[in-house]
Design a binder for this molecule. Structure first.
Ligand code: G6P
Length: 611
């Protein structure tokens, strides 16, 4: 949510900032801007995307070897040229870019107005720029101290880059709640919301911690906390390569990531299953196995697609490990007064590891005595650093805003955890455990089989591309997949869609059914198959169009469905890993046919770092 990139060194900053912003555009894309410093200060910003920013800088002075850039996802103030970042203080001493929300900005603004400050934009960021300037001028302190004093007055979340006119060649960064990574080069530093803009220049990075302030210049790097205590930052080596962040032969990241799933699922279980397929080994949770096996209850917290994975995880842990599970929207959980005690196990699931509500939920339960695990895709993310233990999904970087491979990797991680816990708790026999492991290993090839049917799925997409709405029905462990299918469709094609437990349809959504409504039904040969056939009949009786996801070779279902998408037969526990793939492809092709911007759907952002 908002992308930040900055550079200080000897190279020309402009291309570094522009490339970096393009890589970060998935975080927000309603407006963008850069500031370049070369003796004088040049600021270019506009509503729109990075390509629009490039247009307005054509023919302009873009020199300078210090600079900062921002791609915005609006919180305070509509997306327009004025509200775009960077924001300058009224007297022009400071220039600021910001990711996050200053919650007490209205109060701070009033105080500044009393001191004669006028505001050009509606943003909270401009308030911060003026607050820093006011302290700097009134208290006659250096820029760094002015920043620290200003931040001590701020309530909220921020990832910040600040430049002071009087201190050329220096940038000040600060973090609370919104991620910032420093790339360490030779006499140069890079700064960004994640490592993507940095990887082609250096693999040495420092993940800033909350309440740290860093000063970057060609003379070096100085990291302190808000109270001026020096910090010794830990330099880590990242393994991200440029190839990971290119689209390759695909037109969209989402499409590429859908097709990566045979590999990303394999990467999630690679090295975690014994060669003879007899056991699962999860090194990241080894130390907390007693707490997992003895948990009175598991509470899962997550948002968006990760929440859907958690819902399916609930079925797995209850069915195979016989541990009661509750699944919570992190944003609701954190504002209730939930009862969590030391025998509970909290599992936070997040692709990015930076979702503000999920992190807040984790922080909230820290003192409860409960063990907290993370399931996360991004190494070094806040979640991975704030949980006691966890499982990385190793799905590789996910750039498409609509999450796809992260879901199947999260499901793989949850499946392994549930099977392992079931076996260790004697709820699964050795034979059952081995059979489940053997089934999991076959999943990547089965996903490949489904991907090979893409042309047929695309054909079905073309039939329903103009639908005004859609219904997704599932039962049991496939109900969360129905929710996920509906979410994929609505977020990228803007067709309203609802996911429902199939039997619940009779209590409302059935009223929507007519000959124009596509109903996507998960009707695989599982223990609820017959019930699902009855639900399909109910849809057909009202002239709804049924698109069934069914088990390969199922002759009966052909008689009921208008369209059939077959998936290979697998163990029911593993079915979400297959059943979701046709839904991802359907949503993708419908969105492309409707001319939607698949990788950058309107109003959304990949990483929601504000609550
Ligand atoms: C945003 C993204 C979704 C994602 C959700 C949770 O809404 O657009 O794709 O599922 O955040 O993100 P997380 O990184 O915590 O899994």
């Amino acid at each position: 949510m908002c992308g930040i990139v900055a550079y200080v060194g000897e190279r020309t900053a402009y291309p570094i900032l522009m490339n970096g912003l393009q890589r970060l555009e998935y975080r927000g894309y309603d407006s963008a801007g850069i500031a370049l410093f070369n003796g004088k200060t040049m600021i270019y910003k506009c509503r729109g995307k990075i390509k629009d920013l490039q247009k307005i800088t054509k023919g302009k002075d873009i020199s300078g070897s210090t600079g900062m850039g921002h791609t915005r996802w609006a919180t305070h103030g509509e997306p327009n040229d004025v509200n775009a970042h960077p924001h300058s203080s009224m007297k022009g001493k400071f220039h600021v870019i910001h990711n996050g929300i200053i919650e007490n900005y209205a109060h701070l603004k009033q105080e500044l107005e009393k001191r004669g400050y006028l505001f050009a934009s509606e943003t909270d960021t401009e308030v911060l720029a003026n607050l820093i300037e006011n302290i700097y001028l009134e208290q006659k302190v250096d820029a760094e101290l002015a920043v620290r004093l200003a931040l001590s007055k701020v309530v909220g979340a921020y990832g910040l880059v600040i430049a002071c006119e009087d201190e050329p060649g220096r940038l000040i960064a600060a973090r609370r709640g919104s991620p910032l990574v420093i790339g360490v080069g030779d006499n140069e530093y890079f700064l960004a919301s994640d490592a993507m803009p940095i990887v082609e220049y250096t693999d040495r990075v420092i993940y800033m911690n909350d309440d740290e302030v860093a000063v970057l210049s060609t003379e070096g790097l100085d990291v302190k906390n808000l109270y001026n205590d020096a910090r010794t930052p830990e330099i880590e080596t990242i393994r991200l390569s440029i190839d990971n962040i290119n689209k390759g032969k695909f037109e969209h990241y989402m499409h590429k990531e859908i097709h990566e799933q045979p590999d990303s699922v394999t990467d999630t279980f690679r090295g975690r299953i014994a060669m003879d397929q007899s056991k699962i080994f999860l090194g990241g949770i080894l130390d907390v196995m007693p707490q997992l096996l003895g948990a009175q209850r598991i509470v899962m917290v997550a948002c968006g697609t990760s929440w859907h994975a958690a819902l399916a995880g609930e079925y797995l842990f209850e069915e195979y490990a016989r541990i009661p599970v509750e699944v919570e929207y992190a944003s609701e959980f954190r504002y209730r007064n939930p009862i969590i005690n030391k025998d509970d196990l909290v599992i936070a699931i997040s692709q990015s590891g930076e979702t503000a509500d999920t992190l807040a939920a984790v922080r909230m339960v820290k003192n409860s005595g409960a063990t907290i695990l993370g399931i996360c895709n991004v190494a070094g993310s806040s979640l991975s650093r704030e949980t006691t233990a966890g499982v990385y999904t190793h799905a590789g970087i996910e750039i498409g805003v609509a999450s796809t491979k992260a879901f199947t990797s999260q499901m793989t991680a949850l499946t392994m955890m549930a099977f392992l816990a079931g076996y260790k708790r004697n709820k699964l026999s050795n034979e059952e455990y081995r059979a489940l492991i053997a089934g999991l290993i076959q999943i990547p090839d089965m996903i490949r089989e489904i991907l090979n049917e893409e042309a047929a799925i695309k054909q079905i997409a073309s039939v329903y591309k103009e639908a005004a709405g859609a219904l997704y029905l599932g039962r049991g462990i496939l109900f969360p997949v129905a929710l996920e299918g509906a979410l994929k469709l609505k977020e990228i094609s803007y067709i309203h869609a609802e996911g429902y437990p199939a039997a619940e349809m009779k209590h409302g959504p059935i009223a929507l059914i007519d000959e124009a409504l596509p109903v996507f039904v998960l009707a695989i040969r599982d223990k609820l198959y017959e019930k699902m056939i009855s639900n399909i009949q109910e849809v057909k009786a009202r002239k709804g169009k049924v698109i069934a996801i069914a088990t390969k070779g199922d002759a009966e279902i052909r008689r009921h469905a208008d369209h059939l998408i077959e998936i290979p037969a697998c163990h029911e526990a593993l079915s979400p890993l297959l059943a979701v793939v046709p839904f991802q492809l359907l949503a993708y092709h419908i969105a492309v046919m409707r001319g939607c911007e698949v990788d950058q759907p309107r109003n959304l952002a990949k990483s929601v770092t504000v609550e």
